[in-house]
Design a protein around this ligand. Structure first.
Ligand code: GDP
Ligand code: IMO
Ligand code: MG
Length: 421
């Protein structure tokens, strides 16, 4: 069976968790391939709202098992809390969750280093979620990291102390106060807990599943514009968030990937620092934030809001080979009199629809196309034939510009609020 990929096509928080939750019953395995607890994926069903950070968003369904792949970075403390929460909803997590041995561990000192580094950057800070993501991936590429498989080795404590000492050495470079004791205690409890879960050779595990004809859904975290290589560097996360990350993050062959579903909001948001050409620093932006409830699922920070950015979407669709789009938060635009979409940028006076190198250093003015709003609810059971005509026009324009089929429209946070086209 082919693999289906879900990726965020903007700057994260597009509603990936919701779409994965909706599609999960059609799959045998849901797998996270990158990122870590910087992610916050919100699921709403049966009157409940749950936010997952490390556990894949298929965990609440009977059919799929869930894999945390080797490309993910894991904080045992967060994972333990999350598993406990999921268990309170009656899920037998021990039967449904698998963790790749090659996934890297976030140490308490990684979190301290993240915070110290951000504090030292002052105004130039990335706006990290402070979950230790950057320092953990730095140790991975620097070949110093500790992996889940290491916790099963008799000398794990010594391995931990060697890395911790390196971190303490680094922390001396910063003028930053911290207290490790409580964090370390919770972390070691998390390690003991992790040992009780299903720890597997992720790459064999997933390829065996494929050989048995199982259907796999790969769940991306963050968004393509936060990709370490192609995002708005340095205001990015530290992993490959685009489709390429699925291959390394799970140990899959490219030939297995058939469909790539890009998730985008009907408008655009970003948390943290960095370029955001269509940002609305005005009443209209505040209206989007209020109606859309745009506050971070992980940190609670207000999200920056603006109009949908088509050059950015064209860019991320190209990078990931997106074959279909799911548009979320359509309902947020229901009451707007006028809706805008950026189709190009005027960069230092020259019009282009491309992302130039170091765009943050240029003066960028979006070029907009405006549409009359549909000013009514696009109900869950509405079929395309009876969509408001202004809404139909808007969708047609997006498909035409982006040259990708729109396959899903999300009209509210609940699992049930989805129109499949
Ligand atoms: P993710 O990180 O991509 O999974 O997205 P988040 O969970 O961080 O943020 C998406 C937010 O929008 C959450 O609060 C969701 O419950 C909510 N949401 C998802 N889809 C819709 C939708 O179609 N309409 C509305 N109003 N909210 C939505
Ligand atoms: P989900 O999966 C939105 C942002 C942070 C910061 C930058 C780097 O929920 O869509 P990091 O902690 O990775 O070092 O932060 O990336 N960021 C996200 N923004 N959604 C996310 O995940 C994010 N994960 C990280 O705000 O700007
Ligand atoms: Mg999120």
């Amino acid at each position: 069976m082919p693999v289906t990929v879900i990726i965020g096509a903007q700057w994260g928080d597009e509603g990936k968790g919701k779409i994965v939750d909706v599609l999960a019953p059609q799959y045998d395995v849901v797998a996270r391939f990158q990122g870590g607890p910087n992610a916050g994926h919100t699921l709403v069903f049966d009157g409940k709202k749950l936010v997952l950070h490390t556990i894949p968003s298929g965990i609440f369904h009977d059919r799929p098992i869930n894999l945390i792949g080797n490309g993910v970075v894991i904080d045992p403390t967060t994972l333990q809390k999350e598993v406990d929460t999921v268990r309170t909803h009656g899920v037998a997590v021990e039967e449904k969750l698998y963790i790749a041995k090659k996934a890297h561990l976030i140490l308490p000192t990684h979190k301290v280093l993240d915070a110290a580094s951000e504090a030292a950057k002052g105004k130039a800070k990335i706006g990290s979620t402070l979950r230790g993501i950057g320092p953990t991936y730095m140790d991975k590429t620097g070949r110093n990291g500790l992996r889940v498989g290491n916790i099963l080795q008799p000398d794990f404590k010594a391995q931990y102390h060697t890395l911790k000492e390196k971190h303490l050495e680094l922390l001396r470079l910063y003028d930053y106060d911290y207290d490790l004791e409580a964090m370390e205690e919770a972390w070691w409890a998390g390690i003991d807990f992790l040992r009780t879960l299903n720890i597997v050779d992720g790459e064999y595990f997933i390829n065996d599943q494929l050989q048995q004809g199982k259907a796999i859904l790969a769940e991306g975290a963050q968004g393509s514009m936060l990709d370490i290589d192609y995002g708005t560097y340095p205001y990015v996360t530290s992993s490959n968030t685009i489709t390429a990350g699925v291959l390394t993050g799970l140990g899959l062959q490219p030939k297995h990937i058939r469909e790539v579903i890009g998730i985008t909001k009907a408008y655009c948001t970003r948390v943290g620092s960095g370029p955001f050409p269509t940002e609305l620093d005005n009443d209209e932006g505040q209206r989007l934030r209020d109606v859309g409830g745009e506050y971070g699922a992980t940190t609670g920070r207000p999200r920056r809001c603006g109009w949908i950015d088509l050059p950015a979407l064209q860019y991320t669709i190209m990078l990931s080979g997106v074959t279909q789009l799911a548009i979320t938060k359509i309902d947020v635009l229901n009451a707007f009199e006028t809706i805008r979409a950026a189709t190009a940028y005027a960069i230092d006076g020259v019009e282009t629809d491309r992302w130039i190198f170091d765009i943050g250093k240029a003066t960028v003015n979006p070029v907009y196309t405006s549409f009359p709003g549909w000013q009514q609810e696009v109900e869950k059971n509405t079929t395309p034939d009876n969509f408001p005509s202004a809404f139909r026009e808007y969708l047609r324009f997006l498909e035409d510009r982006l040259q990708v089929r729109i396959s899903m429209l999300s009209t509210g946070p609940d699992r049930e609020q989805l129109i499949q086209l």
